[in-house]
Design a protein around this ligand. Structure first.
Ligand code: GDP
Ligand code: IMO
Ligand code: MG
Length: 425
């Protein structure tokens, strides 16, 4: 079996956690390669529900090791808190099972404070971030003044870097944003307390992956967020600050692109978005409300209601092209039950033309008008169906039409949050 990259093809929350957990049972390792604890990946196992933030969704399988690649931004406090939470629930997390790249950049308190201060300063123009310090941390990485996980092993260097960073951050925090200054003591005391807990997890993740592969093990790369939140290819500036496309699995974990064999794109049966930014098929009507309620579309991290809309093939086709998606996993098909009609956006009307790919201008998506194909809906609930041929004909028709329009096979159909509620084709 090949190595697999799993990515979200929309704006996040497609159900990546469920699919990664399901596929992880056969994998030797699951690797996160970007993002941080802005992610919220839900895994349901029977009556238990786990909300994973930083730790890969393979952690529930004892035979699978979990790795955080260099592309991840790590908040040491959130990391330790997540480990404690899992250990308390009987999921054993220890350095034998979880390793973190020494090259990961650390999210420090001033990143979170800056993220939130900047958002409130921007008012109406805010991004709607998760407020976890993701953007400011990646800024420091690109600005070559970031603090890396390996710096925890060098207290003198750590002190020097934090001191330098604070001089700049505090000027901004107090001068522009009207916030209190962050003291060096606050940051260093916290890090000093957390360092002994984090250091045992540090490793050369690229070398770990090579070791697993040399032993014949297969690797799964777990994407966070979604392609349209990608810093380069997403709906800029309403994006996250990392590369969410499949190719970044290579750079973000330290493997060559020839190690990425299969790319599974996760696509929800409809579309959702949290935070600011346009969504061409957004529904501000009772159907949107129906999807939000029936799909329980509430943000895992911030508790915000997710905005809902019809399936958008313009968005999906772009993700397939950008990521080299080999096959699709369709999630939440069960949520569409009870609708008289389901719609698929097949193209946009934009500036007097019909277009098949999203416009690249900043205001493009807000100005694009979705062109729909209408399909008959179905009444039956799908949660207990396990074979494709047992789905109501209209649901099968919807799945087949998505395959035709996307040009990719749908290899899995999810009809509920539980591992078992999956149709494999
Ligand atoms: P992720 O960020 O892509 O991992 O997705 P989230 O976990 O944030 O959001 C997906 C939500 O839908 C979670 O609450 C899942 O338990 C749930 N879910 C996943 N697949 C299905 C499905 O097929 N049907 C239903 N009803 N819920 C699902
Ligand atoms: P998972 O992995 C959905 C969104 C935020 C905001 C934008 C920037 O669970 O799919 P950030 O805090 O990253 O600077 O916020 O990105 N966002 C997500 N939306 N699912 C996520 O993760 C997200 N992570 C970030 O809402 O619009
Ligand atoms: Mg999520």
């Amino acid at each position: 079996m090949p190595n697999i990259v799993v990515i979200g093809t929309q704006w996040g929350d497609e159900g990546k956690g469920k699919i990664v957990d399901m596929l992880a049972s056969g994998m030797a390792a699951v690797v996160r390669f970007q993002g941080g604890h802005n992610a919220g990946h839900t895994v349901a196992v029977g009556k238990d529900e786990y909300k994973l933030r930083l730790i890969p969704s393979g952690i529930l399988h004892t035979g699978t090791i979990c790795l955080l690649g260099n592309g991840v931004v790590l908040d040491p406090e959130a990391f330790c808190g997540e480990i404690d939470g899992l250990n308390e629930r009987g999921v054993e997390v220890n350095p034998e099972r979880l390793r973190v790249s020494r090259k990961c950049h650390l999210i420090l308190p001033y990143h979170r404070i800056l993220d939130q201060a900047r958002e409130s300063y921007k008012g109406e123009s805010k991004i709607g971030t998760t407020g976890r310090g993701i953007g400011p941390c990646y800024e420091d990485k690109a600005g070559r003044c970031g603090v890396r996980a390996c710096d925890l092993e060098d207290p003198d260097l750590l002190r020097k870097k934090v001191g330098l960073a604070l001089a700049e951050k505090n000027a901004l925090l107090t001068g522009l944003y009207g916030q209190k200054a962050v003291t060096e003591g606050d940051v260093l005391d916290k890090l000093e307390a957390l360092a002994p807990r984090v250091i045992p997890y540090l490793a050369d993740v690229s070398a770990e992956i090579a070791r697993v592969e040399a032993g014949g093990g297969e690797i799964m790369f777990e994407g966070a967020q979604g392609v349209h939140l990608d810093i380069d290819h997403g709906t800029y500036p309403f994006v996250t600050s990392s590369g969410t496309v499949a190719g970044n699995a290579s750079a973000g974990s330290g493997v060559g692109p020839d190690h990425l064999h299969r790319v599974i794109g996760i696509v929800k049966a409809y579309i959702t978005r949290v935070g600011s930014g346009a969504m061409a098929t957004e529904l501000a009507d009772e159907v949107g409300e129906y999807l939000q309620k029936k799909g329980a579309e509430v943000g895992t991290v911030t508790g915000r209601k997710r905005r809902c809309g019809w399936q958008d093939l313009v968005i999906l086709r772009e993700s397939i092209r950008l990521c080299g998606v080999s096959d699709l996993a369709l999630t939440k098909l069960d949520v569409l039950s009870g609708l008289k009609e389901v719609k698929i956006c097949v193209a946009y009307a934009y500036k007097g033309k019909t277009i098949q790919y999203p416009p690249q201008a900043e205001k493009g998506l807000a100005e694009a008008v979705p062109l729909y194909e209408n399909l008959p809906g179905w009444e039956e609930e799908l949660g207990s169906i396990r074979r494709f041929e047992d789905l109501p004909p209209a649901a099968r028709n919807y799945v087949r039409r998505l395959e035709e329009l996307s040009g990719r096979p749908i290899s899995m159909v999810s009809v509920g949050p539980d591992r078992e509620q999956t149709i494999r084709r």
